[in-house]
Design a protein around this ligand. Structure first.
Ligand SMILES: [Fe+2]
Length: 227
């Protein structure tokens, strides 16, 4: 089997390396751990349908999925770059910069940075897309703000399209109504100023890393796996 052949080759190479460099065999336990890790890295789940999957299959998938999730922040930053042009990326940077300079916390600033990330794939419901991405990592309030910012933003232009600019008022009794109104007033409708001195994307990248480091809630977490 290819995996066995590969790991055998690695073992032979490492033993050769130890001997060649006059290292003691005491290094072998470390080598064994490295090999075990390597085997898990190379292994793939074997099932053709989920009904025949085993715990080992899911251990392999879980390991790879964990590593994949660690790259989420980087993928989001890369995707955000796709908004470049027609004010997209500069609008996002301006929104995040204004929020940061107003003293909003890191989570809020990252929400501001990503609030329009759904524009590329969800032009008809972009607010839902951003909210869905953010939901496992942010507070209920911040999630609500981003999820509903589309209809609140409509206050500033719906009437030019023959729509009701007060459409947001169907939510007027919600406890986060004013928070979302504030977001649009202070950090969205006013963020199309090409003269504004925004921070660069690199300034916000460490913040995105920290906010997306660990999910607060998820269907795949034990305490949350209910509907
Ligand atoms: Fe926006």
């Amino acid at each position: 089997m290819a995996i066995v052949a590969l790991t055998t080759d690695l073992f032979v190479f490492h033993v050769y390396y130890l001997r060649h460099n006059n290292l003691s065999d005491a290094s072998l336990p470390v080598l064994a751990e490295t090999l075990k890790e390597k085997i898990m890295d190379e292994k793939q789940a074997q099932f053709k349908s989920m009904t025949e999957a085993t715990a080992e299959d899911w251990a392999i998938i879980g390991k790879h999925h964990g590593e994949f999730c660690l790259g989420l922040a980087k993928r989001l930053v890369e995707h955000l770059k796709m908004l470049d042009g027609d004010f997209g990326l500069s609008h996002s940077l301006q929104s995040a910069s204004r929020a940061h300079r107003a003293g909003k916390d890191e989570e809020y600033v990252v929400c501001a940075l990503l609030h329009d990330i759904g524009d590329t794939l969800g032009p008809f419901n972009h607010a839902d897309m951003a909210a869905t991405i953010l939901q496992p990592f942010v507070s209920e309030k911040n999630h609500w703000i981003i999820k509903h910012h589309g209809i609140f933003q409509g206050y500033y232009f719906f009437h030019y399209l023959g729509l009701d600019r007060n459409a947001r008022d169907v939510l007027i009794d919600h406890p986060y109504y004013q928070d979302c109104a504030e977001f649009c007033e202070e950090y969205d409708q006013n963020c199309f100023d090409s003269e504004y001195d925004s921070e660069p994307l690199s300034f916000f990248e460490p913040m995105v890393d920290r906010v997306f480091e660990k999910s607060k809630k998820s269907l795949y977490t034990k305490s949350e796996n209910h509907v």
